[in-house]
Each structure stands twice: as C-alpha cells, then as structure tokens.
Design a protein. Structure first.
Length: 190
C-alpha cells in the first residue's frame, strides 16, 4: 500500500488531499479531497469528495457534506481540557448519514458516540449502527474500549515499555455471530 497526504490549515479553514495506491500510468487508486470552513469560532461546514478507480474500466465518485460544532478549550501544551466537546454530522451522496459526539470527561478520560444510518433496499427501511466508546490514559499506557448496537465489543491496550517501544494488545468479540465460547470471552491476537 502506498499513500500520499497533504493537509493545509489556515486561520479559518482546513484543506486535506489524500491519495491511496495512486498509479500515474492509468490513474487507478483512491483520491479524496476535503475542505472545512469555519463560519463562527464554534461552527464549521465542509464538503468532501471521494473518487475511486480500482481498475481502468471501473470508477466511482461520491460527495459528502459535513458540519462541525465544538467548544474545545486547550491548556498551554495544546491538550483539550475537561468539558471540551465536538459534535459532527455528515451526509453522503449514497444516502449514508453519520453523527458523532466526543467529550473530554476528565483529565485522562475521553468518551464518544457514533451513529451511522445506511439506506436499505426498501426505501422505507434503514439500517443503523450506534457505537459508544471510551479512552483512559494511564501514566505509561492507554486503554480504549467500545461496544456497538450489533453486539460487538472491542478493546485495545497500548503499553509504553520504553520511549521507542510500545506493546499493543487488542481483542474483539461479536456476541451475535459467535456463540458458546468455552473460556475467556475476549481473544487477544498477537
């Protein structure tokens, strides 16, 4: 995999250009451009375009619109302070809706929720997945956990062993698809 990224952050805007596995010979790959413009100090709107061309005879283009409302207070080091929050909403051209909310609960605890609504074959039906997650920072490690409305539980522990070396342990279980586990409910792949 090969990726190229360029971000430009201005006083009141952000521009992001990304390319994944680009091929200059036949222009295959994935290309993304996003622009976010602040309208007030706490509200911004933007647009995102995704162009995918996995093979020379196949291509897809989509566009999405987003809004961001936030109140983030930072300390001298640039870290968010307690009670900072960010709410976002996005609508994509395929009919997908997404809404997120993040909040800094305490100095070392962050929490967030995510709702994704996907169109179904029948226009009267929609499929949705809600996810809630939290992050806790210890002195030398970070724990992240999340659960979603489909029954999937995930956890990640990152332990800093030295300034140049870290160990990560991850586990995931899908309670709907997996049944009858005989021992520990979490599996940690190495």
């Amino acid at each position: 995999m090969f990726a190229l990224e360029h971000d430009r952050v201005g006083k009141d805007y952000t521009l992001s250009l990304k390319s994944y596995n680009p091929s200059p010979a036949d222009f295959t790959g994935s290309y993304m451009a996003a622009y976010l413009q602040s309208l007030t100090p706490h509200f911004a709107v933007g647009v995102e375009t995704l162009y995918q061309r996995p093979t020379p005879d196949m291509e897809d283009c989509s566009i999405g619109y987003m809004a961001k409302w936030h109140d983030v207070k930072k300390d001298e080091g640039g870290n968010p302070l307690k009670d900072s929050w960010i709410a976002t909403a996005q609508v994509m051209s395929q009919g997908i809706w997404q809404a997120t909310y993040w909040k800094k609960l305490a100095e070392r605890i962050d929490a967030g929720v995510d709702l994704v609504v996907v169109p179904a074959l029948n226009p009267r039906e929609r499929k949705a997945v809600a996810t809630v997650g939290a992050k806790y920072d210890f002195r030398m490690s970070t724990f992240r956990g999340q659960v979603d409305s489909t029954g999937k539980v995930s956890a990640l522990l990152e332990q800093r062993l030295s300034p140049a070396f870290a160990l990560g342990l991850a586990g995931e279980i899908d309670h709907v698809k997996v049944s009858g586990l005989s021992s520990s409910p979490l599996f940690f792949p190495f």
